[in-house]
Design a protein around this ligand. Structure first.
Ligand SMILES: [Zn+2]
Length: 222
């Protein structure tokens, strides 16, 4: 029922017969290194987020990084917003919770925004810092890794860290904090829907690979 993107990525919807307590599923929900979540992956929601997260996930796995992608196909407008507290009983969020309890080294919650959105306008990517949940210094470091990756690829990318400005709960990262993931390993990224999802994906992947090498999750490059 799940498993649309190779063997370790899942699309969990409200109409999916998935029980996250299932032992076989629990085994699949283990990710020792990276957990990528796309709570607004339904058509017409965060329209480029799946195009950013899916290739990043697959390429991380190709590089020996244990990545798990959980992508929701639940419509935030007509069904339920998977990034709000009221979604915690849905199968998607139960699966995310099981995966977070495995304490991945990095949780990256991936979103996208239309370029008309005033506070993010023109940026390729914005890392959204939520005081009390995320660590601004760690986000600045991640942004710096993505900027130097863009330079390496000879591409321009406007990447910023911004404090959360909306009065909403980004509930996936909030729950990660409650579960006990360290703030420095919790991130939320917004990608511009008018820019290249392939570039955003590559920058995320390169930043994570760099982090994995520096933190010795994988062998350093020869
Ligand atoms: Zn979103």
């Amino acid at each position: 029922m799940l498993v649309p993107f190779r063997d370790l990525a899942f699309a969990c919807g409200g109409n999916v017969r998935t029980d996250p307590r299932d032992r076989r599923l629990r085994r699949k929900l283990r990710a020792r290194d990276v957990l990528l979540t796309v709570p607004h992956g339904a058509p017409g929601n965060d329209v480029v987020a799946p195009d950013v997260a899916c290739p990043a996930h697959e390429q991380l796995r190709e590089r020996g990084i244990d990545s798990l992608l959980l992508l929701a196909r639940v419509c935030r407008y007509s069904e339920c917003d998977m990034n709000r507290p009221q979604a915690r009983r849905w199968p998607y969020r139960q699966a995310v919770r099981v995966a977070m309890k495995e304490k991945p080294k990095l949780l990256l919650d991936v979103h996208s925004f239309p370029d008309s959105y005033p506070v993010y306008k023109g940026r390729d990517m914005v890392l959204v810092h939520t005081p009390g949940v995320t660590d601004k210094k760690a986000m600045e470091e991640f942004a710096a890794r993505m900027r130097s990756a863009a330079k390496e690829l000879d591409r321009k990318a406007w990447i910023e860290v911004q404090d959360q400005h909306q009065d909403v709960v980004h509930d996936i990262i909030a729950e990660a904090k409650e579960i006990g993931l360290p703030s420095k390993s919790i991130m939320l990224v917004e990608c511009n829907e008018s820019k290249s999802p392939a570039l955003c994906s590559a920058l995320i992947r390169k930043a994570i690979v760099g982090m994995a090498r520096d933190q010795k999750w994988i062998e350093p490059a020869k």
